[in-house]
Design a protein around this ligand. Structure first.
Ligand SMILES: Cc1cc2nc3c(=O)[nH]c(=O)nc-3n(C[C@H](O)[C@H](O)[C@H](O)COP(=O)(O)OP(=O)(O)OC[C@H]3O[C@@H](n4cnc5c(N)ncnc54)[C@H](O)[C@@H]3O)c2cc1C
Length: 439
């Protein structure tokens, strides 16, 4: 009589958003479900079969690849870097495993009771419904230009960045960047670094840069010093009242003190963003549209099946400045907590959750040309210089740091599927023997 080999049905995880947060969830969950330590711990160990769980992850994203959002100021100043900053999902070695499936499209709805999501599939007029066991919202913020590219394919994005770079290079009257938040500062500094002959002026309505950030004045003053050292001119404490575009002689910016400044390119970097949560029921959102979560990153609301729904990254309602390091860290915690829930379901363990600290202090790394400034725990001191740039951003605005941290270049570890005897688990659904085991 042939020996019955039984394969457990995979747990289906739907991750909406395939960037820092979403990929961190998917990749760490893959490690854990293979019985390995999660990749962010840096530990190496042989697979622990008692922690293995068959897994199927669907990643939904509007883009056709991983875009290194932090690199945007440089991507819109250097065509070479722009190509590097966007990697098609099919070209990322770590994602090439049958455990991952990609759907290119926009998530438009989530039915938490029936546990399926609706996706407007890119390139077709179709809405597809994807069932899941566990759901993760990791779609971040909708950011307008110039904070993020507005195109969704790498091909279109190369055209978008190339056009912008050409316009900046031809700006004989100079470039004006309006708004000295982190994005405006970095855009101005990268343009000046890559195009030293172009006059770059940063205009801000308040007397201090980064005026809306909960950061000490010492950091803001240091940022101003670095901006000047980068060769960017500043006009502070005045508002832009109007921008008059002239087809033949560039633009003229009218300031609240009556001054007029000429430029061929005016970049409005006054931040405009909102959470991408229109696909979720309003009861799971706070007043600003962010997802309310528990410290274990589970939805913190009484919708049906909240236990199976998680949110991570920029989209969550939590303390602290929105940062990519935070998004990846939360991705790890989300993966670990979903894995615990899977083990509790299959092996009857008591789940132990990783929980976020309730009060994340403000921290920031700011790239300003060849230098960077940093502020944050543990000592809350301000540092700056080229060494700080190397530590926080390397030579490519953090692309290699993030790529290596997520191990995107590593081929996936190959693990044999886990087999169980029937008495171990009543969720067994597929049998190579002729008789059904459990209904
Ligand atoms: C210019 C700039 C510079 C920055 N610099 C730094 C820095 O130096 N250090 C730092 O720590 N942080 C920095 N940040 C912040 C950092 O980029 C964010 O905190 C980080 O991107 C959050 O990651 P996330 O995965 O949560 O969201 P995102 O990176 O925004 O990713 C969300 C993903 O979801 C997809 N998506 C959105 N809506 C949908 C939908 N409806 N359906 C399907 N897919 C969808 C998007 O295409 C995207 O791939 C910077 C941000 C900007 C804009």
């Amino acid at each position: 009589m042939p020996v019955a080999r039984l394969v457990e049905q995979p747990s289906r995880v739907l991750v909406s958003g395939g960037s820092y947060a979403g990929l961190s969830v998917a990749l760490n969950l893959l490690d854990l479900c293979n019985g390995l330590p999660s990749r962010f711990t840096g530990e190496k160990a042989a697979p622990d079969t008692s922690k293995q769980v068959p897994l199927e992850i669907t990643i939904v994203d509007e883009r056709d690849g991983f875009y290194h959002l932090i690199g945007t100021p440089l991507a819109f100043a250097s065509t070479e870097y722009a190509t590097k900053a966007w990697t098609l999902f099919q070209d990322i070695p770590a994602l090439q495993t049958p455990a991952f499936k990609f759907v290119r499209g926009s998530i438009t709805g989530v039915d938490s009771e029936k546990k399926f999501a609706t996706i407007a599939e890119h390139g077709s007029q179709r809405d597809v419904q994807i069932p899941y066991d566990y759901f993760v919202a990791a779609t971040g913020l909708r950011r307008e230009a110039p904070a993020a590219p507005q195109t969704l394919s790498k091909k279109q994005y190369i055209v978008e960045t190339t056009n912008h770079i050409r316009t900046a290079q031809a700006a004989t009257e100079g470039v004006i960047v309006v708004g000295a938040g982190a994005v405006g500062i970095e855009i101005a500094a990268e343009l000046k670094l890559l195009m030293p002959d172009v006059n770059v002026t940063l205009i801000h309505s308040r007397s201090k840069l980064l005026s809306s950030e909960p950061l000490p004045d010492e950091f803001k003053d240091r940022a101003l010093q670095l901006v000047h050292e980068a060769g960017v001119r500043t006009i502070l404490g005045v508002r832009v009242v109007d921008t008059i575009e002239n087809k033949t002689s560039g633009s003229e910016v009218l300031l609240s003190d009556g001054r007029r400044v000429k430029a061929d390119l005016v970049i409005n970097a006054v931040s405009k963003f909102h959470p991408t949560t229109t696909y979720l029921p309003s009861t799971v959102l706070d007043d600003d549209g962010y997802v309310k979560i528990t410290p274990s990153l589970q939805f913190n609301s009484d919708i049906p099946n909240a236990y199976y729904h998680h949110a991570t990254g920029d989209i969550v309602s939590w303390s602290g400045i929105k940062r990519c390091g935070t998004a990846m860290h939360q991705g790890l915690y989300t993966a670990a907590n979903i894995h615990q829930k899977m083990l509790a379901n299959i092996r009857n363990i008591t789940p132990v959750y990783k929980e976020l600290a309730s009060d994340i202090p403000p921290m920031m790394g700011l790239a300003v040309g060849t230098q960077a400034a940093s502020y944050g725990p543990p000592d809350n001191s301000v540092s700056s210089g080229e060494d700080v740039m190397q530590m926080f951003f390397g030579n490519d605005l953090g692309f290699t740091i993030c790529w290596n941290y997520m191990h995107l270049g590593d081929a996936p570890f190959k693990v044999e599927p886990t087999f169980f005897a029937p008495e171990e688990d009543c969720r067994l659904t597929q049998s190579l023997a002729s008789e059904p085991i459990c209904a």
